[in-house]
Design a protein around this ligand. Structure first.
Ligand SMILES: Cc1ncc(COP(=O)(O)O)c(C=O)c1O
Length: 378
C-alpha cells in the first residue's frame, strides 16, 4: 500500500479481494493443509466430519453433510425431498443459474415465482400462485446474504406438506427473526465457492438439516448410494467434500464472525452515504432480519453508465445477475417472454454490486460512495 495519499486516491479498488483475506489467514491455512497432507487421509475423514458439526452448530441444527459444491448440495437436497422426473419445483428467477439447473439435473421442471422488488427475494404471494398438484418442493434463495420471508413461505408450504429447501449459498451467518439461515426450512444448502463469505480454496459445499434420517440418506447419496462399502442401494454419484478443503474452511470459519461484522460496517457506511441521494436505492434490511452482505447491491436507473464511470476510476463492480433465469437460453423451450416476471427483469437491469470484502478500508468505501454520489447528482 502506498503512503502517498494522492497515489492511494487513484489505486484500483476491486469488487472483491481474496488476496487480502489470504494475507490475514494464510499462515493458518498452510498449517491446516500440511496437517491433512501429513495424515494422507483425503476423503471423508476427521476434518470433514468436524466441519460438518461446526457448520451445523453455527446454523443451530443437528446435522451437516459435506458435499463437493453448492450445486451438489442442491441436487442432493432436492433428491432427499423426493424430487424426480416430471415434478415441479418453485424457485425465484433472479438468482445464480445453479438454483434452477439443480432442478433440471433431476429432469424436474423449475417453476419461477417473481421476487419482491425491494428485497430481491422470492415473493410468498407469487409462490402461492404457482402451486400445482405436481409441486414437489420450493427452493428459496437468500440472495446477496439477506434471508427470504421465511415465516410466510413456511406457512404456505406446511399447509400443503411441501418441503422447503434453503439455497443459502450466499447467506451463511445471516438470521431471520433471531434464527440462523440453515435452520429456517426443511433442509439447507451452502456453497463454499472461493468468493463466498466462507470460501474454500476450490469447490466445496454443505447441506444442513435437523432430520437424522434425511442426513443419513444424504450421506449415502453423496457417496454413490453406497449403504456399505461396494454395496449401492440407489443411484448416487461422487458428491463428497474433500479433507483439504474442509481443513481450510475450518480455519476460515473461525474468522467468519469478525469478517461478517466488517462487511456489515462497510454496508452501514455505504448506506449512510447513499440515504439522502435520490436515484440510489441501497439494500433494504427488513426489521428483525440480519443481512450478511455477501454483496452490497444498489439499484440505479443508469446502471450500465455508472458501471462504466466506476471502471474508468478503477473501481470494480459487478452485476448479479444480468439475465433472469426465465430468459436464459437454457430455458428457452419453456416459452417465457420479457414481461413474465417484471420485478426480476427490472432488478436485472438496475442492480449493481459494489466493492465488498472484510478488508476494505474506510477511505476506499468513501471513495466509492463519493464517485457514485457525484455520478447520480450529475
Ligand atoms: C445462489 C447460489 N446457488 C447455488 C450456487 C452454486 O454453488 P457452487 O458454485 O458451490 O456449486 C451459488 C454459487 O455459486 C449461488 O450463488
Amino acid at each position: 500500500m502506498s503512503s502517498n495519499p494522492l497515489a492511494a486516491s487513484f489505486a484500483p479498488i476491486p469488487q472483491m479481494d481474496l488476496a487480502a483475506q489470504y494475507a490475514a489467514a494464510g499462515d493458518e491455512i498452510r498449517l491446516a493443509v500440511e496437517r491433512v497432507l501429513a495424515s494422507q487421509r483425503f476423503i471423508l475423514g476427521t476434518e470433514g466430519a468436524a466441519l460438518e458439526q461446526e457448520v451445523a452448530s453455527l446454523c443451530g441444527v443437528a446435522h451437516g453433510v459435506g458435499t463437493g459444491s453448492g450445486t451438489d448440495a442442491l441436487i442432493l437436497a432436492l433428491r432427499s425431498c423426493g424430487v424426480s422426473a416430471g415434478d415441479e419445483v418453485i424457485l425465484p428467477p433472479f438468482t445464480f443459474v445453479a438454483t434452477a439447473s439443480a432442478v433440471s439435473a433431476l429432469n424436474a421442471t423449475p417453476v419461477f415465482a417473481d421476487i419482491q422488488p425491494n428485497t430481491y427475494n422470492i415473493d410468498p404471494a407469487q409462490i402461492e400462485r404457482r402451486l400445482t398438484p405436481r409441486t414437489r418442493a420450493i427452493v428459496v434463495v437468500h440472495l446477496y446474504g439477506l434471508p427470504a420471508d421465511m415465516d410466510r413461505i413456511m406457512d404456505i408450504a406446511r399447509r400443503r406438506n411441501i418441503p422447503v429447501v434453503e439455497d443459502s449459498a450466499q447467506a451463511i451467518g445471516a438470521s431471520y427473526k433471531g434464527r440462523p439461515t440453515g435452520s429456517l426450512g426443511d433442509v439447507a444448502c451452502f456453497s463454499f465457492y472461493p468468493t463466498k463469505n466462507l470460501g474454500a480454496c476450490g469447490d466445496a459445499g454443505m447441506i444442513v438439516t435437523n432430520s437424522a434420517s434425511r442426513a443419513a440418506r444424504l450421506r449415502i447419496l453423496r457417496n454413490h448410494g453406497q449403504t456399505e462399502k461396494y454395496v449401492s442401494s440407489e443411484p448416487g454419484w461422487n458428491g463428497r467434500l474433500d479433507e483439504i478443503q474442509a481443513a481450510i474452511l475450518r480455519v476460515k470459519l473461525r474468522y467468519l464472525t469478525k469478517w461478517q461484522a466488517a462487511r456489515q460496517a462497510h454496508a452501514a457506511e455505504y448506506t449512510k452515504q447513499f440515504s439522502q441521494i435520490p436515484g440510489i436505492m441501497p439494500p433494504l434490511i427488513p426489521e428483525d432480519y440480519e443481512h450478511v452482505f455477501h454483496q452490497y447491491t444498489i439499484r440505479v436507473e443508469e446502471r450500465d453508465k455508472l458501471q462504466h464511470v466506476l471502471a474508468e476510476k478503477k473501481i470494480g463492480s459487478s452485476v448479479y445477475y444480468p439475465v433472469p433465469l426465465h430468459l436464459q437460453p437454457i430455458y428457452a423451450s419453456m416459452g417465457h417472454r420479457l414481461g413474465d416476471f417484471p420485478h426480476a427483469e427490472h432488478a436485472a437491469a438496475e442492480v449493481l454490486s459494489l466493492p465488498m470484502y472484510p478488508e476494505l478500508r474506510p477511505a476506499q468505501v468513501a471513495r466509492v460512495a463519493e464517485t457514485i454520489t457525484e455520478f447520480v447528482r450529475h
